[in-house]
Design a binder for this molecule. Structure first.
Ligand code: ADP
Length: 296
């Protein structure tokens, strides 16, 4: 059983020939509303991979909030822990130009309003989990509270430090694995080299680090060991949500066994499959697709 404590957003995606200049009004070629938010993406990914998933989050009391919650429920995710708070839901306004450049403006909305009281009220959900997944799109005090409840109750904790921002080193006491991508690791550790960056986090208190390396796969590092797992070769067209799906897969494997190499391999397969399709949640694979892919 997996519990995700995190964000849920509606993304409004406009495709344009080029990015708008200051003060300019552009005509878009297409418009799509897409379910997003790292928390929700990870929850949906885990559910599609066959886990029993509960999401703890906040949505606004607007029509977007209803859609966000319905979407999770449709993916067979338990939404008991999704609070409806006053004000707008979290949204992102995204412009994507022909050459792939983008501009993104995020309004956290309800994601910024989830509080420690809500977590306390839903403590039992976390306590009954095997593993929780947290990211950095909700207030850090809420993330801290969630990992503390989990750790105090022997629930495994995966901390995905995305988007990269500051957090107290104290968090490492409660975290089993921190999972930055390469860019996040550089930003958080201040080191250019991956291994040095990971060792820096270990010095700050991290138990173990799993770095996702895009088409290079992923790497596990703790005090004594380094384990690398190469990626799967795919025709990659859009890496959105690859990291989110990787985290969900890693959480599932962490529950099943201590075999890190196997966990990285499976998570790499899931991440690779995501990159073969356009979009965020639309590209998240189902368990049977991953199994078929890994057999080939
Ligand atoms: P993020 O989406 O957070 O930037 P990454 O780009 O590192 O994270 O991708 C997460 C995982 O997805 C990688 O560790 C890898 O396993 C897989 N992946 C990403 N891009 C590719 C690619 N081009 N080919 C194969 N696998 C990929």
């Amino acid at each position: 059983k997996i519990v995700v404590v995190g964000s849920t957003n509606m993304d409004y995606v406009l495709k344009t020939n080029e990015l708008p200049k200051l003060g300019e009004t552009l005509s878009a070629m297409s418009f799509n509303t897409v379910f997003g938010g790292k928390g929700a993406n990870q929850a949906v990914a885990a559910a599609r991979l066959g886990a029993e998933v509960t999401m703890i989050a906040a949505v606004g009391d607007d029509s977007i909030g209803e859609q966000l919650k319905d979407n999770l429920a449709k993916e067979s995710i338990n939404v008991e822990g999704v609070n409806v708070v006053e004000g707008p839901s979290g949204v992102a306004m995204i412009t994507v130009a022909d050459n792939g450049d983008n501009t993104i403006v995020v309004y956290p909305g309800a994601n910024g309003k989830i509080d420690e009281k809500w977590l306390e009220a839903n403590e039992a959900l976390i306590m009954s989990a095997d593993c929780i997944l947290v990211q950095l799109e909700i207030p850090i005090n809420v993330v801290m509270k969630a990992v503390k409840i989990a750790s105090d109750n022997n629930v495994k904790v995966i901390f995905n430090p995305a988007p990269a921002k500051e957090f107290p080193n104290d968090i490492f006491k409660y975290v089993d694995i921190i999972t930055p991508n390469e860019t996040e690791l550089k930003k958080i550790s201040g080191k250019e080299d991956i291994k040095e960056g990971a060792m820096e986090l270990i010095e700050r208190g991290a138990n173990s680090v799993v770095v996702t390396l895009g088409e290079q796969g992923s790497m596990y590092i703790d005090k004594d060991n380094t384990i690398s797992a190469g990626s799967f070769t795919v025709k990659s067209i859009d890496s959105t949500a690859a990291g989110d799906a990787f985290n969900a897969a890693l959480g599932i494997k962490l529950i099943e066994s201590d075999d890190i190499e196997d966990g990285l391999k499976y998570s790499n397969a899931v991440g690779a499959l995501v990159t073969t399709k356009l979009g965020a949640q639309t590209s998240l694979p189902f368990k049977n697709e991953v199994e078929a892919f890994m057999k080939n």
